[in-house]
Ligand binder design. Structure first.
Ligand SMILES: [Zn+2]
Length: 222
């Protein structure tokens, strides 16, 4: 029997590994990843969209939805990058458009959210058939519970260990709603599994089985 692989739900380092989802940023990344990936217009990218280039963004997004694209993302809201209400409205517009697209294509979404959960959660609830994975989750058990209630999975990364409330959240979340990721971290994915094992009292082997099952359940891998 093959050993159960580590699943990495989100990275910006091209991996070409069938168990790693590369994040392809429409508008700022060059060629499509060779392995499974997510594709979407990041909330940071929204400020570069103008009336002149809107149709190109739309087309690039559609072109990125090849069979290797197993999720729409990362998409979402980031209110830390702008206090400007016009730009925040534009972020919500593009987020909703991409939720719509995910619903059309029956794909889950990988969510980036910073200081915007009060606006994000009602939008998630508006799309009950689109499963969101909150990437790089940090926050309290209460916030985690609100996201679970909205149908979300939570993905924990290298910032988990340093945040006491995030450690509490990880310990409290049902294991069938958990993923792990490397994102921008130079540390290997195994390090995040080891951290999670230490926090939760489960073994790395148990986490590998659980997250593999979650991966197989949620993503239609090519
Ligand atoms: Zn990312």
């Amino acid at each position: 029997m093959q050993p159960t692989p580590y699943i990495d739900i989100h990275t910006h380092r091209r991996s070409n590994d069938p168990y790693v989802i590369d994040a392809y940023a429409v508008g700022s990344d060059g060629s499509l990843p060779a392995g499974p990936y997510s594709a979407g217009i990041h909330p940071w990218e929204v400020q570069r969209i103008t009336p002149d280039n809107t149709s190109r963004y739309r087309q690039d997004l559609l072109d990125a939805l090849t069979p290797r694209c197993i999720a729409v993302g990362e998409i979402g809201l980031d209110y830390a990058v702008t206090g400007d209400s016009v730009l925040r409205t534009a972020q919500r517009h593009w987020f909703e458009q991409q939720m719509e697209l995910a619903a059309d294509r029956s794909l889950p979404v990988i969510i980036h959210c910073v200081r915007a959960y009060n606006d994000l959660i009602p939008i998630l609830r508006h799309y009950p058939h689109v499963t969101p994975v909150i990437h790089g989750f940090t926050g309290s058990p209460e916030l985690a519970e609100r996201l679970l209630q909205a149908g979300g999975y939570l993905s924990f990364g290298h910032r988990t260990a340093a945040s006491p409330k995030t450690r509490q959240a990880l310990a409290a979340v049902p294991v069938d709603r958990v993923f792990f990721e490397t994102d921008e971290s130079p540390l290997p994915i195994a390090a995040t599994y080891a951290t999670a094992a230490a926090i939760t009292g489960k073994t790395v082997a148990e986490w590998k089985e659980t997250v593999y099952d979650n991966y197989r359940r949620l993503f239609k891998t090519p």
